[in-house]
Design a protein around this ligand. Structure first.
Ligand SMILES: NC(=O)c1ccc[n+]([C@@H]2O[C@H](COP(=O)([O-])OP(=O)(O)OC[C@H]3O[C@@H](n4cnc5c(N)ncnc54)[C@H](OP(=O)(O)O)[C@@H]3O)[C@@H](O)[C@H]2O)c1
Length: 530
């Protein structure tokens, strides 16, 4: 749908700077026949091709263990795109596969079959890259994207290095880069994250490693810095003098679906906190960087994480869903899901309170919660400002003031809203809470997006701003490690929340016991997020 509003002209701004050109490169995709490649990476690449952001020349090299021809691989992905684009328009695209855009990808699709742990595979990949050199007029820049289970991250990185494929290439005076993209999980706890980092860094340089956190592909998340630092309005009140507390929520209505075995080994805390929710928190709480280069920004995010003390288990609530009803449909308990142990103690919900011990935030609690089979699907960052003094309204009919909330709606309806009190029309002094709302869809044309477009483009451009650095990953695990340790010692009373509810009752106590605060009610927020 076309936007109903037009962004306000900036009289002092020149034309927007052109997008940085993307250098010719090959994308070597490990896990070419996997779910991740089909559902997310191929549509994202296709959308980039539609926007003219796939470089020329470009080579798309798939690596997986089943026997396929390049033609089979290409046909399979094309069929998926066709189903996607002829479907319900969920990805925002026009119906039908755009032949010109697909042509930019299909022109050089190569399939290399082999086992990730077999050195012969890496010789074949080297040959496939070499075979492109004529089209590229010499050496080839390459992104190696590891869309594979995490047990393969280190073996692949080392095999690539041993085969000389990660060495930057020289061709006369020109140099050609090699980059490696790693999908989460980046470890399962602090020791394993440190081992993973040390292992990757023994094969690659940090500036070659792109650790993807797909939450950062979301438009509103990227715009947090613009909201904070491009507006004179917010930064002066963005601190402990004005902010009472912050709530970060990632609520899902889905359960574990087909991912029972993955979830049994992971749980809500490992799956969501050290990466996604801490990423949102660090963007909300970081100091202004000196510039917009990747390391300046990542330094500031890392400083926030370093200023958070490790969390005490008493400040964390975990839950597991029972039977219930989600969006009107009967829902099974977690313990009855496929590939889940009938006595599983894995948490499907977690809520925690933490504090950032620095000048800006000392004394301001940050409450984070995430869970499955909840009443509403939404991801948001809600900033609650301190209450105005009531004295002025003492002898009026005003008995209480509603709080001021600034809410960054991350999903599903991307936007920003501000809640404040106004006087109700009429002779008496009565106050009413109202909301000003901005929705991206009202102001900007919607581009088809599966959330990986910006991230893929950034990798090809060598911009690491939106990617996790080793120290950020390790800080995330350090913060939650005492909780992981404590949870190995006791048996929780599970299940403890009904599917389709707001989560376990104890999560409410977490806020109530400190200043009588309460969570923003998910059920009431459902209307905001549609
Ligand atoms: N899927 C998602 O929606 C999603 C979302 C976010 C992040 N991720 C992350 O992305 C990565 C990939 O996920 P995925 O679900 O696509 O993984 P996947 O399907 O389990 O594996 C990717 C592909 O690698 C193949 N493979 C497995 N072992 C191999 C070997 N030894 N040699 C060669 N090929 C081998 C698999 O074949 P088989 O199927 O025959 O084993 C599959 O085709 C994971 O790190 C995951 O955590 C996934």
């Amino acid at each position: 749908m076309a936007p109903t509003r037009r962004p306000i002209d900036h009289p002092c701004c020149e034309e927007a700077a052109p997008v940085h050109p993307v250098e010719a490169c090959a994308l070597v995709l490990f896990g070419a026949l996997g779910d991740m490649t089909r559902r997310l990476l191929t549509p994202a690449l296709y959308h980039l091709a539609q926007s003219g952001l796939v470089p020329t020349p470009f080579a798309f090299i798939g690596v997986d263990h089943l026997e396929r021809t390049a033609h089979d691989w290409s046909e399979g992905l094309h069929a998926f795109l066709e189903a996607l684009t002829n479907g319900n328009g969920e990805d925002g695209s026009e119906p039908g596969v755009d032949a010109a855009a697909w042509g930019k990808l299909a022109v050089a699709m190569v399939y290399v079959q082999g086992d990730f742990e077999d050195p012969a595979l890496y010789r074949a990949i080297g040959e496939a890259l070499q075979a492109q050199s004529q089209r590229f007029g010499g050496a080839v820049n390459a992104v190696f994207y590891l869309a594979v289970p995490d047990r393969f991250f280190c073996p692949i990185a080392h095999q690539l290095a041993a085969a000389g494929l990660t060495r930057d290439q020289k061709d006369g005076a020109r140099s050609f880069w090699r980059r490696v993209v790693v999908e989460k999980p980046f470890g399962h706890d602090l020791p394993s994250a440190k081992t993973l980092d040390a292992n990757l860094l023994s094969a690659l340089r940090e500036d070659q490693i792109f650790r993807i956190d797909h939450f950062l592909g979301k438009e509103t998340v990227q715009s947090i810095m613009a909201l904070r630092f491009a507006n004179g309005l917010f930064e002066p009140i963005w601190n402990r003098d004005r902010i009472d507390h912050v709530q970060i929520t990632a609520a899902e209505t889905v359960g574990v679906e087909t991912r029972g075995s993955f979830y049994e080994a992971t749980g809500a805390l490992r799956d969501m906190l050290p990466n996604h929710l801490f990423t949102l928190l660090s963007m909300v709480a970081m100091e202004p960087p000196v510039g917009f280069d990747a390391n300046a920004i990542r330094d500031k995010k890392a400083e926030v994480l370093a200023a958070i003390s490790s969390i005490a288990p008493k400040d964390v609530v975990r839950g597991q869903y029972d039977a219930g009803s989600v969006l009107g449909e009967a829902a099974l308990p977690y313990r009855s899901e496929a590939k889940v142990a009938p006595d599983s103690n894995v948490e499907t919900y977690v809520a925690m309170r933490l504090e950032i011990d620095n000048w800006r935030w000392a004394g301001v609690p940050f409450y984070l919660r995430t869970g499955k089979h909840l009443s509403t699907r939404l991801t948001e960052i809600a900033i609650r400002f301190k209450q105005a003094p009531h004295a002025l309204f003492q002898n009026t009919s005003v008995s209480c003031l509603t709080p001021n909330w600034l809410v960054i709606h991350v999903a599903p309806k991307e936007g920003i809203s501000l809640q404040f009190d106004v006087k109700e029309p009429g002779p008496e002094i009565r106050l009413a809470g109202v909301k000003m709302e901005f929705h991206y869809a009202d102001w900007f044309e919607r581009h088809a997006n599966v959330g990986y477009e910006t991230l893929l483009l950034d990798v090809m451009q060598g911009d690491q701003t939106l990617f996790m650095r080793a120290d950020m990953v390790e800080q995330g695990w350090r913060i939650v490690q005492p909780v992981l340790d404590a949870w190995t010692q006791d048996r929780p009373q599970f299940p403890n929340y009904a599917s389709g509810s707001e989560g376990p009752a104890a999560a409410a106590d977490l806020l109530e016991r400190q200043g009588g605060r309460s969570w923003r009610p998910l059920t009431e927020l459902a209307g905001d997020s549609k």
